[in-house]
Design a protein around this ligand. Structure first.
Ligand code: URA
Length: 449
């Protein structure tokens, strides 16, 4: 119901003065904005006041609720099983959804997954899926249910009906420098996830140079806020903090990441990718009531890869979404980028750091990401690392290979890759892939992996 008499100024003033808003005030504000009753400039003022002065946990929950109910909330109760999804806060080379969703589905847990596109330097699951010829993520809600019921898993994009308030607010935040706010990010993520009709959720909250949260302590606060909101809505929610100081795995770019995820599903994935995939998948299998503990879930996850059932599930899913399964079964047949160029190390030594943000930007510039919302992505663009942090590299040895169909980007991107690595005579200490777990009982530094 629209509310043309609504005046947002007192609410903006309250937030400007660091006072708390009630659930009703937040609900009215979001509804008025979604119904075009208040203009962008007033909402922008509210967003900036919230960014600067913060929102309490109760306000963040009210914001999530208002955005969630601005659209439809899927009811999947008639589909058997405990439905569990996973969400990542975004990173470079993050292809985990493509590996863990078929693992979890093949273990009997339904995974209804609504994903996003690449954002800034980070890749998006939808762009990766669309690099598979024929694969469509634009499906009706009816088809969404059908695929989920038949295959225990479905992969789709956010429709106009799912959390429309978030869609508008996100676009406004993007152009008003108000994205990096913990309660605003948490509300945005959780409104979309709760609309999917899930029963439980696993979150991969990334920290480091390639993540939106650069500092670990901010990532902990984001994880706590996300878990708090999930539990408030009656969904068991477990978050892991994972390291995004260097790209995940070796492949960055849409098709290149699909190919690496196929290797992972066939038991030949990079160690860091497989460690997090099994941890997140094992947790989902546990939350989906197919394992008594997370440890048992991890065991089942490993078995689903080694006995081939996860890969078979992936082939079925690709077929259900209209994708060409021949390229999944024989990925080397796929058309690669026209130009491939090695990037050589300027000196000998150990790689002590990689600037994952800069490398994410290289991938974008090579064509794998978007400079504007409307731009098309090049499915074949990106790069493959040959070395990672801790590896020794000789002077002039190739540490990465760029892939692109736009040869004008090869030179600047090669230089940017060289600038993105640090080399020293001393071997750096290994830093862990998974830092800690946050669940309703608190923060855990020691847990099964
Ligand atoms: N991802 C989202 O969905 N929303 C945010 O605000 C940030 C990342």
């Amino acid at each position: 119901m629209s509310d043309s008499s609504f005046n947002p100024v007192p609410l903006i003033r309250k937030k400007r003065d660091s006072q708390s808003l009630s659930d009703t005030e937040i609900e009215r504000l979001i509804r008025a904005y979604t119904d075009d009753q208040i203009p962008d400039y007033q909402m922008s003022a509210f967003l900036m006041a919230s960014f600067l002065n913060g929102l309490s946990d109760a306000e963040a929950a009210a914001l999530t609720r208002a955005m969630l109910y601005s659209g439809i909330v899927l009811d999947l109760r008639d589909i058997p099983g405990t439905k569990v999804d996973k969400h990542s806060t975004g990173g470079v080379g993050d292809k985990l959804s493509l590996i863990l969703a078929p693992i979890v589905a093949s273990c009997g847990v339904p995974v209804p997954m609504i994903s996003g596109r690449g954002l800034g330097h980070t890749g998006g699951t939808l762009d990766k899926l669309e690099s598979i010829p024929g694969f469509t993520v634009d499906i009706t809600l009816e088809r969404y249910r059908e695929i989920l019921e038949a295959e225990q898993m479905v992969l789709a994009g956010q429709t106009e009906d799912i959390a429309p308030a978030d869609k508008r607010l996100y676009a406004l935040r993007d152009v008003t420098a108000t994205v990096e706010s913990i309660p605003l990010i948490a509300g945005s993520i959780m409104s979309k996830k709760l609309a999917e009709g899930i029963d439980a959720l696993v979150l991969d909250v990334k920290f480091g140079s390639g993540a939106f949260m650069k500092k670990k302590e901010d990532a902990v606060r984001l994880a706590e806020t996300l878990v708090g909101i999930g539990e408030e809505f009656g969904k068991e929610t477990i978050a892991y903090l994972t390291n995004m100081e260097q790209p995940l795995g070796y492949a960055v770019g849409n098709w290149l990441e699909v190919k690496e995820s196929i290797e992972g599903l066939q038991g030949d994935g990079p160690a860091d990718v497989m460690e997090i995939s099994h941890l997140l998948a094992g947790t989902m299998i546990h939350l989906g009531k197919q394992a008594a503990t997370i440890e048992e879930g991890i065991e089942k996850s490993r078995r689903a890869v080694s006995d081939g059932s996860a890969f078979r599930k992936w082939v079925d899913i690709v077929r259900a979404h209209g994708g060409d399964t021949r390229v999944i079964e024989a990925p080397d047949r796929y058309n690669y980028a026209e130009f491939r160029q090695p990037v050589r190390s300027p000196k000998s030594g150990y790689i002590t750091a990689m600037d994952a943000f800069a490398m994410g930007m290289v991938s974008l510039e090579l064509g794998a990401g978007r400079r504007s919302k409307e731009a098309a992505v090049d499915p074949a663009a990106g790069f493959i690392l040959r070395k990672k942090v801790g590896d020794y590299v000789e002077q002039d040895e190739t540490f990465a290979v760029l892939h692109t169909n736009n040869d004008s980007m090869l030179k600047p991107c090669g230089e940017a890759m060289i600038n993105a690595i640090s080399i020293s005579a001393e071997k750096p200490e290994a830093s862990g892939t998974v830092a800690l777990r946050v669940d309703r009982s608190g923060i855990h530094e020691q847990f099964a992996q």
